[in-house]
Write a protein that binds this ligand. Structure first.
Ligand code: ADP
Ligand code: MG
Length: 349
């Protein structure tokens, strides 16, 4: 596994329960996966010696974090079984490439304008506001995003973001946000996990609930779009897609993640096979598991904000016996940092 965050940690735990040994590379010694990986390599993602060591040790290699250097992904892809395809990774690393890919494939997104440099600011006057200016690269949990009510604010925001490549996106009146995770094996067979309904607060995922309250036509449309994206990216591995549903029931793609996803954590307790089980199976070239939803499950993220003087009230969380608690072993509880999650299982309904 390239990357030792919580997604890497939960992958290692799932792999271990199938009897596999795991090897994780991450520059941070204390990352969540380092304590559960069979072997941990502290190195940068483009450290060739470290990558060579992994290639030698591992049957297959994947990622839990999309912002690894593309060169590293291309190298791994040449030398070993590596999912996702580097081209898909490149698209997911840059919102401009991502939105253009979707547009070129006739997949609906929020209206957008790419702003690569000062020159492109000439186009912002006629854009529809309110809009959100987002950095094209390295944004997560709502970081690198500014709401703009007019062209003047958009221009100011571009300069405040130090003229990085950006995308200006129409702000959608959201009816709801949902997400779909799909597992794709080496023969390009697909397995769709149940769709989750997501609530974000300040750009950070707060809750995901499965099943999503959507009608059958919307569900079919989401599955169709997901399959189309997977096929057109020539995808293998785990692909996660965030969707907007606007007030007129239009289904739009918000963004893609070439890995497991926070909004799929409900599957750890709500499904027979979790997103991490599916990732292990795809990487090990095994049949898909069944991710049938066993009961309604509501996942709530635990952020650094939920800690008081470095302590989380674990007793209170566990006083509800239908709560399953997953903590990532992070020591620093910064505001907005994802520390763990609770899956509340509605087992009586
Ligand atoms: P990140 O990479 O940080 O997850 P997103 O583009 O998914 O970035 O934005 C985070 C959240 O901000 C979204 O899940 C949504 O709640 C809100 N958001 C982002 N773009 C829009 C938009 N165009 N219209 C309405 N809400 C948006
Ligand atoms: Mg997002």
């Amino acid at each position: 596994m390239i990357g030792g965050g919580q997604l890497g940690q939960m992958f290692c735990l799932a792999a271990s329960s199938l009897g596999y040994k795991t090897c994780v590379i991450d520059p941070q010694q204390n990352c969540p996966a380092s304590s559960v990986a069979s072997e941990f390599i502290k190195a940068d993602y483009d450290d060739k010696n470290a990558l060579d060591m992994m290639i030698k040790k591992c049957y297959a290699i994947t990622i839990e974090f999309e912002n690894i250097p593309l060169k590293a992904a291309e190298y791994l892809n040449q030398k070993t079984i590596f999912y996702p395809p580097p081209l898909a990774l490149e698209i997911c690393q840059n919102r401009i490439l991502e939105k253009n890919f979707l547009k070129n494939n006739q997949i609906l997104t929020a209206d957008f304008l790419s702003i690569q440099n000062e020159n492109d600011l000439k186009n912002i006057d006629n854009f529809i506001y309110p809009a959100i200016l987002k950095t094209a690269k390295l944004g997560y949990d709502g970081k690198g995003q500014v709401i703009c009510h007019n062209a003047k604010e958009a221009s100011e925001a571009f300069y405040n973001l130090k003229q990085q490549q950006c995308i200006l996106e129409k702000k959608i009146n959201l009816q709801k946000e949902v997400s779909q995770i799909v597992a794709i094996n080496k023969d390009k067979q697909k397995y769709h996990l149940p769709i989750a309904e997501n609530i974000h607060i300040n750009g950070i995922l707060s809750k995901s609930t499965a099943p999503a309250k959507i009608d059958n036509n919307t569900k079919k449309e989401i599955e169709k779009i997901t399959a189309k994206i997977a096929i057109n990216l020539n995808y293998q591995g785990i692909l996660s897609i965030e969707f907007f549903i606007d007030e007129n029931n239009n289904v739009m793609v918000n963004e893609l993640a070439p890995r497991t996803h926070n909004s799929g954590h409900y599957s750890m307790d709500g499904c027979l096979s979790s997103q991490f089980d599916q990732q292990v199976r795809v990487m090990a070239d095994l049949p898909f598991g069944n991710s049938l939803l066993l009961f309604k499950t509501e996942m709530t993220n635990i952020l650094g904000d939920d800690y008081k003087n470095g302590e989380l009230d674990i007793k209170k969380i566990l006083s509800d016996d239908k709560n399953k608690l997953h903590l990532y072993g992070k020591t620093e509880d910064r505001i907005g940092r994802k520390m763990g999650h609770i899956n509340h299982c509605y087992i009586n309904i």
